[in-house]
Write a protein that binds this ligand. Structure first.
Ligand code: BTN
Length: 269
C-alpha cells in the first residue's frame, strides 16, 4: 500500500477508535518522533489539556526508565504518551504508572485469555519476558501536580528477530504469545478505557483497589528479589507495594526498607 494512503488509513482508524474513549480529549498521531514523552511534555507545558494523547508509528530515540533506550520499530508496537493532570495527593503520584500496567494485564486476560504479570515497578511480562514498559514523568509546583506524562510502550507484533540481540532472551510481543490475531488499535481502545476506570478509582482515593490488583498480578510477591538501585543492590523478599508506589523489601535479618527507584529481578531467574 502506498505510504501516504497507509498513513491516512492509520490516522483515520485511530480517529474513529479514540472517539470511543472518554478519557481522550485530543490526539496527535505522528509518523515518527524522537520520543512521544518529549513531544507530550512540550504540549503539556503549553497548556494541552488532560487526556491529550501522543502516539507514533515509530520513535527514533524512544526512552526507557533509568536512562535506557526503548526500541520502537515502525508499526510493530504501540508507542504513546498520555498527558494527565490528576486530582490526587502528590504523595500518590508514584502510583500513576501502575495503572496502565494493571489495565494491560487485565485486558490481555479478558480479550486474549493471556496470563501476563506485573513486575515492579512498571513492567508487564508474559512467560517472564517483557511486553510492556512505562515511563512516568511529571512537573510539580510545590506540592501541586501541574501535569504527568505517562509513556507506554507495548510490543505487539515483533517476532524474536525484530528485537536487538541483547533483548531477544528478555522481550517478547503479544502476537508471539497468542494465536489469536491482535488488532493494536482495538487493544489501545480497551486499554485506555480500562485505565480510565482505574484513574477514577485513584482520584476517588481508592488506592487499595490499585494496589491489590497490581499485587494480584505480580509474579514476585513474597519471593526473593534483587533490586538494582543507583548506588547499591538490595536483596530481600518483596513484601508489599506502598501507597507511593515503592517496593517494601525485607532482608534475611527481618529488616524492612522502602525502595522508590530501581530495577527488580527475581533471584531464581
Ligand atoms: C521502561 O520499561 O524502561 C519504560 C519504557 C517506556 C517506553 C515508552 S514508548 C512511548 C513513550 N515514549 C518514550 O520515549 N518512552 C515511552
Amino acid at each position: 500500500m502506498p505510504e501516504l494512503l497507509n498513513r491516512k488509513l492509520w490516522q483515520n482508524q485511530l480517529r474513529l477508535a479514540l472517539a470511543r474513549v472518554a478519557m481522550i480529549k485530543r490526539f496527535h498521531a505522528l509518523e515518527t518522533v524522537d520520543s512521544t514523552n518529549h513531544f507530550a511534555r512540550d504540549l503539556a507545558q503549553n497548556r494541552a489539556p488532560a487526556g491529550t494523547l501522543v502516539i507514533a508509528r515509530s520513535q527514533s530515540t524512544g526512552r526507557g526508565r533509568l536512562n535506557r533506550a526503548w526500541h520502537s520499530p515502525k508499526d510493530l508496537g504501540l508507542w504513546f504518551s498520555l498527558i494527565l493532570r490528576p486530582r490526587i495527593d502528590s504523595r500518590h503520584l508514584g502510583l500513576l504508572g501502575f495503572l496502565p500496567a494493571v489495565a494491560l494485564v487485565e485486558v490481555l486476560h479478558q480479550h486474549y485469555q493471556l496470563t501476563a504479570s506485573t513486575k515492579w515497578p512498571n513492567d508487564v511480562r508474559i512467560n517472564r519476558k517483557k511486553i510492556s514498559g512505562i515511563l512516568c514523568e511529571s512537573q510539580m509546583s510545590g506540592n501541586r501536580i501541574n501535569f504527568a506524562i505517562v509513556g507506554v510502550g507495548i510490543n505487539v507484533y515483533q517476532k524474536t528477530d525484530d528485537f536487538p540481540i541483547s533483548l531477544q532472551a528478555r522481550a517478547t510481543s503479544i502476537q508471539e504469545s497468542t494465536p489469536t490475531p491482535v488488532n493494536a488499535i482495538e487493544l489501545l481502545v480497551s486499554l485506555l478505557n480500562h485505565w480510565h476506570d482505574l484513574l477514577m478509582a485513584l482520584e476517588s482515593g481508592d488506592l487499595g483497589t490499585i494496589i491489590e490488583r497490581w499485587k494480584k498480578h505480580c509474579a514476585h510477591l513474597h519471593r526473593q528479589i534483587v533490586i538494582d538501585c543507583e548506588t547499591e543492590q538490595i536483596r530481600g523478599k518483596f513484601i508489599d507495594l506502598s501507597p507511593e508506589g515503592a517496593a517494601l523489601i525485607e532482608n534475611e535479618r527481618g529488616e524492612r526498607k522502602l525502595i522508590f527507584v530501581g530495577e527488580s529481578t527475581l533471584v531464581e531467574e
